[in-house]
Write a protein that binds this ligand. Structure first.
Ligand code: SF4
Ligand code: SF4
Length: 235
């Protein structure tokens, strides 16, 4: 069913039931995301896509558009909320971008630039997190994990369909685990998919650290904002 919504005052004609974050992107309006993957089940773990819908704060990846919906993205209070969430993610882990293999290709870093983050308003926790180097294929750098759960929900063993990544413990002790046997049976292509799916530098392909030169890295060639909008316009 064709409907009308407004985003930041712009009148948009779209189809009922589509995901708000996609409708925005299709119409050239960028809403930052970190856990969301287009055409996959919404995880709703990061909340970085928070916007106001009829005055209430909601995560745009969880909202299906309906007729008459009034959405605010570029609004001071909710813009600052998104920025605060991103700042929080930086302080919850240990992020040293200049020495990180994912730098220039990292969604958290790219979103940090988009929301105008310079420094976090929150105290840095400097958590002690054990790395997992046991696999011959994947290096799990838990310092950088934002617990988006993309790996847990979207990466499965090709034969058995079993999950390769899982979440253990709770709260501040929550961490990602890998099934060491299943990881060893992953093809090089699957490892690459997992590493690319991780929005930060937590899942790293062993032996493929700093392959792309500075200036040629993903978000240096085209910003995450430009990519999000272009991707939805089939560019
Ligand atoms: S994961 Fe991203 S934000 Fe964290 S250190 Fe690496 S580049 Fe920086
Ligand atoms: S390892 Fe990467 S994909 Fe998995 S939960 Fe952590 S940040 Fe998300």
């Amino acid at each position: 069913m064709t409907i009308q919504i407004s985003i930041d005052g712009k009148q948009i004609t779209t189809t009922a039931g589509k995901t708000l974050v996609d409708v925005a992107a299709e119409n050239g309006i960028y809403i930052p995301t970190l856990c969301y993957v287009k055409n996959k089940t919404c995880l709703g773990t990061c909340r970085v896509c928070s916007v106001k819908v009829s005055g209430n704060v909601m995560s745009a990846c969880t909202v299906a558009v309906s007729d008459g919906m009034k959405v605010e993205v570029d609004e001071p209070e909710v813009s600052d909320m998104r920025k605060a969430l991103v700042e929080c993610l930086f302080t919850e882990g240990n992020h040293n971008c200049p020495s990180c293999e994912k730098s220039g290709r990292c969604e958290l870093q790219a979103v940090g630039y988009e929301v105008g983050m310079v420094v976090s308003r929150f105290p840095y926790r400097f958590p002690v997190r054990e790395r997992n180097h046991t696999s011959g294929k994947i290096w799990l750098e838990r310092d950088r994990c934002i617990l988006c759960l993309r790996c847990v929900e979207f990466i499965h063993d090709a034969e058995s369909g079993k999950k390769i990544f899982s979440l253990s413990k709770r709260g501040a002790k929550a961490r990602i685990e890998i099934d060491t046997e299943l990881v060893e049976s992953m093809s090089a292509g699957q490892v690459k998919v997992a590493a690319n799916l991780c929005p930060v530098g937590c899942i790293i392909e062993k032996g493929h650290g700093f392959n792309e030169p500075i200036g040629q890295r993903k978000y240096e060639k085209k910003s995450i904002r430009e990519r999000a909008v272009a991707k939805n316009n089939n560019e």
